[in-house]
Design a protein around this ligand. Structure first.
Ligand code: NAD
Length: 346
């Protein structure tokens, strides 16, 4: 039986997502997603917001990240399993869905493993635009796994970074990242310790995966004036920075209700002051004030960023071949005759 038009939902496979990204260009797509996130952060108050819903296990975490602006609804399914890479699997995989609030019908189903890497990098560089020191040219990239090249390219495209200094406890990851960044226009320096990686860097990105309280940066490693983009601490019991760094930094977050559970600031008192990025973006709160201030983006990843990325993709695939219509919604001729539809399909 041929499905009707109402049954079909545009589906973007991994293959089509990769074709779309190449069609648009990695740096341009990151920059455009960042612009969409910036627009959506400017209308922060119009969104339904809730900390994401996690299911923890000894193996990792599986999370649902929903939000709505009253017209569209979106959610992402995402996992975090740091042990996976040793089994040939990724730490983070994801897919997501957008729906029309008026009918409740899904309007897009898409892979989001690639898209999460783009949106995380887009968010980091967007925040970097507001908080990183002026004329920053060098970024330390600690943790050279799946997200790392996307982070480097985002800071190149949006914050004018020309040099990245790479470090990972696994030299093979650094070699992979360095090889992937060849020909991108970035100067790439491979380092043998985190201390070496942060030498001369105005921006420090930590993007490691470990299911524990790790100390990727100690207090003495962080000098005045730097911007820290802390990506990897994003779960209860999983952080990257020594607590003393937090106490010397001005801390910026996406959604405090979620970050206090999941971010670096889980190590601080529940009322420790933090600034919400949407307020910086709308001019209601101050970003970087002076050259000696240490700014810290305690990133955990928030549902509105995924919603922005989903809406971007929905627009970007219109009139293209970068999706397939998926027979996903039962559409009986008489809406109440679902059973009859089943019987006629015999
Ligand atoms: N904030 C967000 O929005 C967001 C989005 C996506 C992923 N993440 C998080 O970012 C982290 C990285 O994700 P990924 O997909 O790149 O993971 P990945 O497993 O592909 O890479 C992580 C890398 O960190 C390295 N590493 C582990 N401990 C280290 C240490 N002590 N020093 C230096 N390197 C170390 C590993 O060797 C690995 O190469 C994860 O913790 C993930 O949960 C956050």
């Amino acid at each position: 039986m041929q499905p009707s038009d109402k049954a079909l939902v545009p589906f973007v496979s991994v293959d089509n997502m990769m074709r779309l990204i190449h069609h648009i260009g990695v740096e341009r797509m990151i920059t455009e997603i960042a612009a969409q996130i910036e627009d959506d952060f400017k209308r922060w108050e119009s969104f339904d917001k809730t900390p994401r819903i996690p299911a923890h296990s000894p193996h990792g975490v599986i999370e649902l990240m929903p939000t709505s602006d009253g017209e569209a609804y979106g959610f992402k399914y995402v996992n975090g399993h740091p042990k996976n890479t040793s089994e040939g699997l990724q730490t983070v995989t994801a897919f997501g869905l957008l729906a029309d609030v008026y009918t409740g019908y899904p309007t897009l189903l898409t892979e989001m493993t690639m898209l999460t890497a783009l949106r995380t990098a887009a968010t980091s560089a967007l925040v970097g635009k507001y908080l990183a020191p002026k004329n920053a040219s060098t970024m330390a990239m600690i943790g050279n796994g799946a997200q790392s090249e996307f982070q480097c390219l985002a800071f190149k495209a949006m914050c004018g970074i020309d040099t990245v200094r790479l470090y990972d406890i696994d030299p093979a990851a650094t070699a992979k990242c360095a090889a992937n960044l060849q020909g991108t226009g970035l100067n790439v320096v491979s380092c043998r310790s985190a201390e070496e990686a942060i030498e001369g860097a105005q921006i420090i990105t930590t993007c490691t995966a470990d299911k524990k309280y790790a100390t990727i940066l100690t207090d003495n490693m962080v000098g005045p004036g730097v911007h820290i983009n802390a990506i990897g601490g994003d779960c209860p019991g999983k952080t990257e920075l020594h607590r003393d760094i937090l106490l010397r930094s001005d801390i910026f977050v996406e959604y405090p209700e979620q970050t206090r559970i999941e971010g670096e600031i889980q190590a601080l008192d529940p009322d420790h002051p933090v600034t919400e990025m949407w307020q910086v973006i709308t001019g209601q709160a101050e970003g970087r004030r002076d050259e000696r201030q240490i700014t810290l983006f305690d990133s955990v990843g928030f549902a509105i960023e995924d919603f922005s990325a989903l809406r971007y993709v929905k627009r970007a695939i219109e009139g293209t071949e970068f999706f397939e219509p998926l027979d996903m919604l039962a559409d009986p001729d008489d809406p109440r005759d679902l059973f009859g539809m089943l019987m006629r399909a015999k």
